[in-house]
Design a protein around this ligand. Structure first.
Ligand SMILES: [Zn+2]
Length: 877
């Protein structure tokens, strides 16, 4: 990732309201999306390659892509095979192989990632969990638009790193996720299934092993009508012809190991594609680089690069992945005639006159319609898109806004532009979706040459239309799986568009139907013309200023609820529900907002119970006859289309005695976390430190300075001012350093190494982590002041942690450091490198790789108490 400058300047953390909830290092203003988030997935997928090929997303290059795009579409029409790759996470996929198959071999290609990668670390912002899963979903879709594959998921949630498939299956439910893999196989009907992993400890991550174990089982289970028979009301059993393993071979040893394996074939994604102007490996580099939240920026490697595929089941392949598999139209009864027409279209294609193949394509459409068996998946749409492409047609459907409230109205424009000389009539246009659209339009005229013809329609969204929450987040999770009530949704990458426009055309003498999703099209001044999906939003959105409220003493605190209007003249009442034992100053409040976009903060005094306690504070609003109970979170990054989530408007209330000695804390934000808000809850004033402050500011006015997660990886200014920071400790300050990624190939770009020492004495960051959040804790130095002052720490303070204990523990350290905790996963050696403490000069230094960035924002009381002691270290010797 690139260094982020936005947060460099020192600024006080804003606690006034909702806006302070996510201190992302990204700019808070909506960021633009790249052009290739366009309306038409098929057209866009090819455009994206070519736009990406030219490396600048300029408008002109879209126009230049026409013939290459048509060439690809024609070649692909005459190929009927399919391949499904299966692995566990966003980034496990072999993008070079996907690009080779989809762009080179022109087969239908899919990637089934069991999870959406919710459990990883976010390198570009503070989003975690559900929101990170949404970002990674969109990153995969953006990657697929470049490499040409399709994307699928199961209900499995990435719950974080695990060492065994057993733990994975316990958390997911083996049968449940197997049924999803079977379901995707039965729907996609691949000729070949490719596993990325072996199902053995060679794969590392337990979820990797699980993906291969389930993939192997699904190969046979999908064909067995007795397995998951409830699916057969929608799909048929499916026997893929071959199961293959595409082993990672990154080191010399692994390569030698793979080269000795029997039943091995070689493919070369380093092959150059003259139509695309790139090898598939280069395309893979572009595709992979879209995994930005994981820092997967990759080289566009040139030249031969071999990949290995090993048959695991089915007849062994000896030369080619499709050995013995007919991927031509001959496999379809009566299909040979269709194939012949497509072959002729491809052979006679003239890049200067693409319309000359349209009669052949119309003939193929007729021939396809006369076949007596179902068409190969996707071919009908591929053909109608190829016809409109070669006809020089621009067909587009837009809405007048990107968000509509239940009961609200939308205006649509459907545009047809004939840029060639074929006789094209628009016979009718239907817009189908969550409401029916109507309009008075005159149809049936032959489209004039190069003059856009705009048809207008309107629709009213139903009063009780559900909000556009991503479908897998609508209902609460069941443990580590999503709850998806409609089987037909399982596997989908994202919500389908709210509306699709169906253009019923007559081209020459044939009827052709072309479908376009309806999007909102707009101009972003810095980026140009962009689109984004249309969503249903509530009339008002609610948000508590803090997602978890800590009450460190038995005194009241003010809870602020932001009410933001999405419609003009929004008025109504908010209602508060408070858990038993807690009290609130008012149970309801009236609000009135004049304009859309306006917001108002309503304050409530919350009184905690006498003893320790936790509960959930809920908010709801009634606007007219609509009930609202959600927040509205917009995720904006330049590499994905804007995404909107509607989490429940709740805040966790936590009453626990937490004493903190420092009054002012400086925070060096790293890759992005929500720690500054959490530190404020303990009663400290928190300032974000920018480059100037680190270089020349008066650090001595801070009682403690904390470095955010991975700040040494991403902030050159922090590395540059390490001596000043250590002088600050020497003079009596306290520095607390959170985890950084160890030396070695640095996945984060920029400098490839951390500093030799991130502490006052030698200390090496390693790769050990403890992934079980309940892992037992010992205290190797029970007399350490950090365990007793100002809070008395016991093993109970490690109860209720989420996801993990910590990651990237220190591997080696000088004797000056005192380890505070010992913890380990099952079958892992005891780890004492999670938290190290030393005095230095008059001050104190603490290195701590426990997952504070998860536990504090989640309101884990023990985590607050321990972290308060770390912050207080300079004052408690
Ligand atoms: Zn993985």
């Amino acid at each position: 990732m690139e260094e982020q400058d936005d947060h460099r300047e020192q600024r006080k953390v804003d606690t006034s309201g909702a806006a302070s909830r996510t201190p992302s290092p990204q700019s808070p203003t909506p960021l633009p999306v790249p052009y290739h988030n366009s309306l038409d997935p098929v057209r866009t997928s090819i455009l994206a390659v070519l736009v990406g090929t030219c490396l600048t997303p300029a408008f002109a290059q879209r126009e230049l892509s026409g013939s290459a795009q048509a060439r690809l579409a024609l070649d692909r029409l005459n190929v009927v095979g399919s391949v499904l790759m299966v692995a566990a996470h966003p980034d496990d996929e072999n993008t070079a192989l996907l690009a080779y198959l989809a762009r080179g071999r022109k087969v239908r290609t899919g990637y089934l990632s069991l999870t959406r990668g919710e459990g990883g670390q976010n390198l570009i912002g503070a989003e975690q969990g559900d929101a990170l899963g949404v970002i990674r979903t969109q990153e995969l879709l953006a990657a697929r638009r470049i490499d040409g594959a399709e994307q699928f998921f199961t209900r499995a949630v990435d719950f974080g790193f695990t060492k065994t498939p057993q733990e994975t299956f316990e958390k997911w439910g083996r049968e449940k996720i197997l049924s999803d893999v079977v379901w995707v196989v039965r729907r996609f009907r691949p000729d070949v299934i490719i596993l990325r992993f072996s199902g053995t400890p060679r794969d590392g991550h337990g979820q990797h092993q699980a993906s291969a174990i389930l993939g192997k089982e699904a190969f046979t289970a999908a064909a067995d009508a007795k397995r998951f028979p409830e699916q057969l009301q929608w799909v048929q059993p499916w026997q893929a012809k071959r199961l293959m393993w595409n082993p990672g071979a990154f080191t010399k040893e692994q390569r030698e190991e793979v080269e000795k394996m029997p039943n091995r074939i070689v493919v070369d994604p380093g092959d150059y594609d003259p139509v695309l102007g790139h090898s598939y490996n280069e395309i893979a580099g572009m595709s992979r680089s879209l995994h930005r939240s994981q820092g997967m920026g990759a080289a566009e490697r040139k030249g031969s690069a071999k990949d290995f595929l090993i048959t695991q089941a089915g007849p062994p392949a000896t030369h080619d992945i499709f050995d013995g598999i007919d991927i031509s139209w001959n496999r379809v009864t009566g299909g040979a005639a269709v194939g012949n027409i497509f072959a002729e279209a491809a052979r006679t294609f003239d890049p200067g006159n693409p319309d000359r193949v349209v009669p052949l394509l119309l003939k193929a459409q007729k021939a396809m319609a006369s076949l007596h068996q179902p068409l190969p998946d996707g071919k009908q749409k591929e053909l109608s898109d190829a016809i409109s492409l070669c006809s020089g047609l621009w067909l587009d459907a837009t809405a007048d806004k990107y968000a509509v409230t239940p009961g609200g109205g939308l205006k649509f424009e459907a545009t047809a532009l004939n840029r060639d000389h074929l006789a094209v009539q628009v016979k009718s246009i239907d817009i189908e979706g969550i409401a029916s659209a109507t309009g008075k339009n005159k149809f049936g005229e032959v489209l004039p040459f190069n003059e856009p013809k705009v048809f207008t329609l309107t629709a009213t969204v139903p009063e009780h239309q559900p909000l556009s929450q991503p479908y897998w987040l609508v209902q609460p999770k069941q443990g580590d799986t999503y709850t998806i009530p409609n089987q037909i949704d399982v596997g989908l990458a994202e919500n389908p568009p709210l509306f699709n426009a169906h253009f019923h055309l007559r081209i020459e003498s044939e009827d052709v139907e072309v479908v376009r999703p309806v999007a909102y099209r707009y101009i972003e001044r810095a980026q140009g013309e962009l689109t984004r999906p249309v969503v249903v939003e509530p009339p008002v959105a609610l948000q508590w200023s803090e997602s978890a409220m800590l009450f460190p003493q038995k005194t009241d605190r003010t809870a602020k609820l932001q009410v933001k209007a999405n419609i003009p003249k929004a008025a109504g009442e908010v209602r508060i529900q408070i858990p038993a034992g807690w009290q609130v100053s008012a149970k309801s409040e009236h609000f009135q907002l004049a304009d859309a976009g306006e917001q108002n903060a309503i304050s409530f005094q919350v009184t905690p119970p006498a003893g320790d306690g936790q509960g959930i504070l809920e908010a709801g609003a009634k606007v007219g006859d609509q009930n609202v109970s959600t927040e509205m979170q917009t995720i904006n990054y330049p590499h994905i289309p804007p995404q909107v989530l509607f989490p429940q408007a709740t805040a966790k209330l936590v009453r626990s005695d937490v004493r903190l000695l420092p009054k002012t804390i400086g925070y060096v934000m790293g890759a992005g976390d929500e720690m500054p808000q959490a530190l404020q809850q303990m009663g400290a004033e928190v300032m974000l430190l920018g480059a100037d402050e680190l270089a020349s500011g008066n650090l001595s006015r801070f009682d403690a300075i904390v470095t955010g997660v991975r700040s040494y990886n991403v902030r050159a200014d922090l590395r540059a001012n390490q001596n000043r920071l250590m002088d600050y400790v020497k003079n009596g300050g306290t520095v607390v350093v959170q985890y950084n990624v160890a030396d070695g190939p640095n996945p984060f770009g920029g400098d490839t190494t951390l500093l030799a020492n991130i502490g006052p004495y030698p200390l090496t960051t390693g790769r050990e982590r403890v992934t079980v959040e309940e892992a037992p804790i010992q205290f190797p130095n029970p007399a350490s002041p950090l365990l007793h002052q100002p809070n008395e720490i016991t093993a109970r303070d490690f109860d209720g942690w989420i996801q993990e204990r910590g990651l990237y523990f220190a591997s080696k350290w000088d004797d000056h450091y005192q380890p505070l905790f010992e913890t380990h996963d099952p079958e892992q050696k005891p780890q004492t490198g999670s938290t190290l403490y030393t005095r230095y000069g008059k001050g104190a230094y603490v290195f701590t790789a426990l997952s504070w960035f998860r536990e504090l924002p989640a309101g884990v009381p023990g985590a607050f108490r321990i972290f308060a002691n770390l912050l207080s270290a300079g004052k408690t010797q």
